[in-house]
Write a protein that binds this ligand. Structure first.
Ligand SMILES: [Zn+2]
Ligand SMILES: [Zn+2]
Length: 819
């Protein structure tokens, strides 16, 4: 027993032959004894006493290393695993300093209010009366804010409040900023993409304002384990940082299984229907010779489509995908079965799913299954998700802790800040998007001194497929980096306006904001936003600049129920044409609606409650133009890889309806929507006719080969950059006017770029290798959602040539290896 608990549970599951076949790999993540260090001599004795009383007898080596660097005045990033106690790494220097020096101040930034409140509770539990800690965020009452500004020595907040409240009101924060010694940036791997670029500039604004008050704070960053944490931390803060990434904390043994649900085989009749309908679309795609996959930037659309996909496959009624492709049993259906079996076996299990609806579906179906075999157990399974009332959640948490609840299906809501222990197993239904989240979720299981089981159940998409067949990508050194581009002019412009409104920008400030700042400032002057005077650049408007650091640009489109006027939600402007066009089926909290009208001028979509038995998918035409090629890697005369600025023009031209039950295509309806333009950054590769011939790709097969290669590449980029496939788009074409050759583009779906395509350029070889491996590993005959089909394809996944894509990618990789 003891440390073998995880493997015991797993072997009981594998006794079922069908299930045994789904397990692609089992990794035994070894126990680690832990490396304690001495308390650094500078740590305040009172603090040591309080920590000892709380059960912390000594720091682990990584905590002591990070604390030492920070106390010595060196900025540092602490990048170690979940539950390794990163907070002690910054609390030691911060609290010791605050105890010793009544004028010293510290600022803590977390990506969410909840996490900041958790930290505040942790600090207050140490009962250090000389440390006046307080949170300062949207929930802080006005009266309390004055007290915080005047008296708090340790302020816990978030980047939004720093941006909107503290920096614009810096004069009222004068004494605090003057004494600011430490800035803690927790969960810093969360600052990615456009949001990351904004936060990077907010931190530069903070450094500039601090310098004005005579302080130069040390930055202490806490990160999950990612590739190059030091690079990301330096880019985020603009200062050099030490890196501490040797985890000295102890860990129990975990048996980690990778699991791929079985493939359904398509029924002949349905395949025929799909293929016939596909042929028409395919002809259109081939005529154009260009396949576009508009990026649906923003989580809103991703979420909506995730729900739609589950809607379509969750019931397991359909074994047929687009164009007759086979599909896998859904990860949620498989996870529900696993949950029922584990609970029946008395195993305390947590299932992680990606949507609220899926949490309910998994819990309900596990309860139903248990009802047949062990009715007394079905009451001991529940769903836990965002949207529940605080009391409900607290009750569920305490039932889980006490062991009264044996099984819980949870959304990411359980990931942060909630203390649950004593679980035996976690089942992760679908890769959660980043390795950091995967380990955070897997790390939920494991009682002290006992082993635990973690299972990653693959969803039907190329990244999940790749991961369950490439354990080294999960268990080896992380290749995924936190990326963002602080020089994005669409971020830098508004941020420089904010900075100028805080204090005029001088020549001396230019270095701080980076080499892109000068041209952006000139542009702001030309547009009358700033005024150039001898002493610097001045904000000229009466009102402060209004900048949303989490926004993705454009006014969001509100979704309003026509009969009642009730606001159901919003979608990003960028995605609205493809998700809420007239006729679109829109899902909201399990209920379905049909869009009656999309009013682009007022940014509102009117919907009616209806439950048609079909789903809708938008069709679009996408063109891409190279604006500026900034980096080029000529591999040989037949192959070049490039990075630069591109302009993407996409137009939703129609939508397809498919029956939920059989996947049968009911038809394509035209739409009349204006084109949309996106200027962003892209990575592209250009191949010659000679290379295509070497790969054995006939001219007629080129569109299908490059389109399939493009889809898979979009699916795999999130392995290398912290993005989601919905954050990026692509275009593939047999003949591109700007290059005169066959070209595949992958671009950032956000104005100005977000760093994802740049990372793809930098890691081109490994990225394409993973892409080729994901496609060739899939056992489907001619392409399916696990390899080359994309749920957001604007061309109805036509044409796609899986075999030719593998040959093309292999030939490209051969040429890369030769140079
Ligand atoms: Zn496949
Ligand atoms: Zn496509």
């Amino acid at each position: 027993m003891g440390s073998d608990r995880g493997s015991e549970i797993l072997s009981r599951l594998r006794a079922d032959r069908r299930r045994d076949r789904c397990v692609t790999h089992v990794e035994r993540v070894a126990a680690r004894p832990g490396t304690p260090a001495d308390w650094p001599e500078w740590v305040d004795p009172l603090l040591v006493g309080r920590l000892r009383a709380a059960g912390i007898t000594a720091p682990w080596s990584h905590q002591a290393a990070a604390a030492g660097a920070a106390f010595a005045g060196r900025s540092v990033v602490l990048a170690t695993g979940t539950a390794s106690g990163k907070s002690l790494g910054y609390l030691l220097p911060v609290l010791s300093t605050l105890l010793a020096d009544p004028t010293a101040r510290a600022l803590y930034l977390a990506p969410t209010k909840a996490l900041a409140h958790d930290q505040l509770r942790a600090v207050r539990s140490l009962a250090l009366t000389a440390v006046r800690a307080a949170s300062y965020d949207g929930d802080t009452p006005a009266g309390e804010r004055d007290w915080v500004r005047a008296h708090a020595t340790f302020v816990l907040t978030n980047p939004d409040m720093l941006h909107r409240g503290i920096l614009p009101g810096h004069r009222r924060f004068g004494p605090f900023l003057r004494g600011l010694r430490y800035v803690i940036i927790d969960e810093c791997h969360g600052y990615r993409g456009v949001f990351g670029a904004h936060v990077a500039q907010v931190l530069r604004r903070l450094r500039r304002v601090c310098a004005r008050y005579g302080s130069q704070p040390v930055f202490v960053l806490a990160s999950a384990t990612v590739a190059d944490p030091g690079v990301a931390a330096a880019r985020l803060t603009g200062v050099d940082v030490d890196v501490v990434d040797e985890d000295g904390s102890p860990r129990g043994v975990t048996d980690f299984a990778l699991y791929e649900p079985p493939l359904f085989l398509a029924a002949g009749r349905q395949q025929g229907a799909g293929a016939a309908a596909g042929a028409g679309a395919g002809a259109a795609g081939r005529t154009a010779g260009l396949a576009g996959d508009a990026a649906d930037a923003g989580g809103g659309a991703g979420g909506a489509v995730v729900v739609a996909a589950e809607e379509a496959d969750g019931g397991d009624v359909s074994g047929v995908g687009e164009n007759g492709a086979p599909v896998r049993r859904s990860a949620t259906a498989e996870a529900a079965d696993l949950l029922a079996d584990l609970v029946a076996d008395g195993v305390r299990t947590l299932v992680f799913v990606r949507s609220r609806r899926a949490a309910e579906v998994v819990a309900n179906s596990a309860r139903r299954a248990l009802g047949l075999v062990a009715p007394e157990l079905s009451e001991r399974v529940a769903a836990y998700r965002a949207g529940y009332l605080a009391e409900e959640r607290r009750e569920l948490e305490s039932r889980l802790r006490s062991g009264d609840l044996l099984g819980v299906a949870a959304t990411i809501a359980l990931e942060l800040g909630v203390d649950i222990s004593g679980l035996d197993a976690t089942v992760i239904a679908g890769y959660p998007g980043t390795l950091a989240s995967l380990w955070q979720q897997a790390g939920r299981a494991g009682r002290t001194g006992q082993g635990a089981l973690a299972v990653l159940v693959a969803r039907d998409d190329p990244l999940d497929t790749y991961l369950v067949h490439h354990p080294e990508a999960v268990f080896g050194r992380p290749v995924e980096a936190t990326v963002f581009d602080p020089d994005n002019p669409y971020v830098l412009g508004p941020q420089l306006e904010c900075a100028a409104a805080e204090l005029p920008i001088t020549d001396g400030d230019l270095e701080l904001f980076g080499s892109a700042a000068r041209p952006v400032l000139d542009d702001l002057v030309r547009r009358g936003r700033l005024r150039r005077r001898p002493a610097g650049w001045y904000w000229t408007q009466r009102d402060r600049p209004d900048v949303d650091i989490r926004g993705v640009g454009g006014r969001p489109v509100r979704i309003v129920e026509s009969d009642t006027g009730r606001l159901l939600g919003t979608v990003d402007a960028a995605t609205s044409h493809s998700t809420v066009h007239p006729g679109a089926v829109y899902l909201h909290q399990g209920a379905s609606f049909v869009v009656e009208e999309l009013d682009l001028e007022e940014s509102v979509a009117f919907v009616v409650h209806a439950a048609p038995d079909w789903t809708t998918t938008a069709r679009d035409h996408t063109d891409i133009r190279i604006v500026q090629q900034t980096r080029t890697r000529v591999v040989d005369p037949g192959l070049a890889v490039c990075f630069g600025t591109v302009e993407v023009t996409s137009q939703v031209v129609g939508y397809q309806r498919r029956l939920i039950t059989t996947g049968e295509v009911l038809g394509v309806a035209p739409l009349d929507l204006p084109p949309r333009h996106l200027r962003t950054r892209g990575v592209w590769y250009v191949v010659s006719e000679g290379l295509l011939a070497q790969a054995g790709v006939e001219p007629a097969d080129v569109p299908g080969a490059v389109h399939a290669a493009e889809h898979a590449a979009i699916g795999l980029l999130p392995l290398f950059a912290t993005c989601d496939r919905w954050d990026i788009g692509g275009v593939s074409t047999a003949l591109h006017p700007d290059t005169g050759l066959t070209t595949v583009f992958v671009y950032d779906g956000h104005p100005g770029g977000a760093g994802f395509a740049e990372r793809g350029f930098g890691r081109f070889g490994p990225w394409l290798t993973a892409t080729r491996d994901a496609v060739s590993a899939c056992e489907c005959p001619a392409g399916c959602p696990s390899c080359v089909q994309s749920p957001k394809c604007g061309n109805g996944n036509e044409p796609l040539d899986k075999a030719a894509a593998v040959r093309l990618l292999t030939t490209i990789l051969g040429r890369l290896a030769g140079h």
